[in-house]
Design a protein around this ligand. Sequence first.
Ligand SMILES: NC(=O)CC[C@H](N)C(=O)O
Length: 205
Amino acid sequence: MTTPVTVGVLALQGDVREHVAALEESGARAVPVRRARELAAVDGIVVPGGESTTMDKLLRAFELFEPLQEAVRSGLPAYGSCAGMILLADRIAGGIEGQRTIGGLDITVRRNAFGRQVDSFETDLVVEGVPDSVDRPVHAVFIRAPWVEEVGPGTQVLARVPSGEAAGRIVAVRERDVVATSFHPEITGDLRLHRLFVQIVSDRG
Ligand SMILES: NC(=O)CC[C@H](N)C(=O)O
């Protein structure tokens, strides 16, 4: 048997436990990351959903901002959901004054793009890289979610909202080994996106 990869979940704020559980079920060893030395020991990192402005502040307070930025720049595979997508974006629209991002994806992300909390919604998506998602779509839950307003030439669009007011909006992207989704697969029990990320991490090994 091959040794499972170790995937860290940034554990400063947000839905950490759900990601840890989904990663473990996807065959990885999942560990919470709060310190630079813990970050140094993982093969990939998940940045969970939560509140990107709070996570930005906590990253600085825990002296993790630069180490995480450096790690992702150096090629550490990363997956961000919702607030995590915001943190992995190179550019942000609708952020608060002084809000910074780790970056890693050549995209502009718009915070709270779909509207307010009450406007949170669910839809079924075809996601590139999830091979059977045409027949068995990914059920996507959006909670005060961002969307991707602009992608660079090297960024692959994995999913768009299929219909309704936000039809065509980009909600999942990949660039090299960095993946981000506007929605929260960690809370639906559908492991396919976590499996995709664990595969990306394993392939690098
Ligand atoms: N569910 C979420 O992660 C919401 C993200 C939040 N609106 C933010 O800007 O960080």
